[in-house]
Design a protein around this ligand. Sequence first.
Ligand code: FAD
Length: 510
Amino acid sequence: MTTRYPASVDVAIVGSGPTGAAYARILSEQAPDATIAMFEVGPTVSDPPGAHVKNIADPDERAHAQLLSEGPDAQDDGERVGGIVKTAARRARPGTYLLDAGYQVDGEDGLPVAAFSSNVGGMAAHWTGACPRPNDSERIGFLDAEGVLDELLSEGERLLGVTTGAFDASPHAPLVRGRLATAADEGREEHERVQRMPLAVHRRDDGQLVWSGSDVVLGEPTRANPNFTLHDESLVTRVLIEDGRAAGVQVTDLRSGESHEVHARFVVVAGDALRTPQLLWASGIRPAALGRYLNDQAQIVFAVRIRDFVPAAGSEGEARTGLSEYSGVTWVPFTDEMPFHGQVMQLDASPVALAEDDPAAPGSIVGLGLFCAKDLQESDRVEFSEDAVDGYGMPAMTLHYTLSAADHATIDRAKAEVVRLGTAIGEPLDDRPFMMPLGASLHYQGTTRMGETDDGDSVCGPDSQVWGVPGLFVAGNGVIPTSTACNPTLTSVALSVRGARSIASALASV
Ligand code: FAD
């Protein structure tokens, strides 16, 4: 039987989102002789592989790339919504698709809009690129005690190409920041004050400001690495274990339907916070904490309009591709006293017609989103079925998820706070704030959580290696053990850096 896969490699990576890409990049830099195979169930939808689909200029091509990312049953049913759209309906955003069953159990809150992306680049081919650092209790105490967390976050920022200067040309951004600072900064330490949002964006050779994704994380060091191969449309169905150690993966080639074994000395599972535990479970690796402490960030949104600002002459509408520089993103950091993360975005610069005779000036409509830190509960979990399967034939999921009294109190505080902050910026467009359906933040965490010791409450150790299964590493937001409110990708990429370094040094020592 011929196969497009190698018989064996040093490192097999499952998933091509930013956390799997971080492993490939660090290994390409630190272990250039290591052979690396990356397997991705979805197709390649952009060029370079993993690039953000919104960087595709042609609207039809862009829509097609989004559709191809929408999982095993992708079809154009016209049900997708873009951006922060206030709807209680179960709708997916372009490039994502919803868990179609098992998202809510009777009597529980569930995560009705729990979603995935299946494409080279993962969700970061569709994301918003906000990369704030965690603060206060969002931080991982045992990594801070070791003194390593900030260096890992800096390395994550390097891989993602994080910048704070992307929207320095935006005419409204300083105004929005200044008004928010007046309302929010009192009593905050400098790093907790209102500031420009760190973003994963870059300027292309043609001068266009565009989103960064896994393409940037992989970077030239990975693309130029002759020992690195990326296999799209390849579903990993099992991690192979031999003598208690990770020994490779079983992978189905979705083009031919054939299944193959690829042997590996190290396996990294970076399949998102719901599918990484799914693959471990399917492989018979079922530690007590697997799938537990599932947490998402309830998201409260509110919109205002800045009327008292006249845009500079010549301000243009929506960028044809990539990002409009009339936009801007402001960050109100999480603190333990104010347990919300604020992402304040001037909505796309395209003049939004509020009424036919009342077009809003580019950048003058401001959307405020407050993400709430969850009260972590072991009972919030993803469970897998012994017999039912999902659209890929993997064990079907059921999500158990409940907001506690503490969560409701946090949400009520966030609702009051978002109105207070919004009113400080401009004239409210809404009567009251809106809570997005649970799951809308797309920041699912905790299901393969990291722990300092193997005490039954965690799945992996501080270097992301699964307890009791040498050679098996997990990556992604599921690894984050704390309750964060901030966008989690920078943190999970930082944790991947450490795991990749640990594999590189193990490879060097044999
Ligand atoms: P993913 O990016 O989800 O990639 C996992 C990949 O693994 C997928 O491509 C999947 O197909 C593949 N896979 C899964 N199982 C298998 C298998 N068995 N075999 C083979 N392949 C498999 N985060 C932020 O931090 N900031 C933001 O501003 C932000 N905005 C967002 C906006 C939108 C619209 C979306 C959709 C997401 C946003 N996110 C944001 C979330 C962010 O994209 C994710 O946190 C990030 O992509 C997670 O990276 P990952 O590598 O862990 O997983």
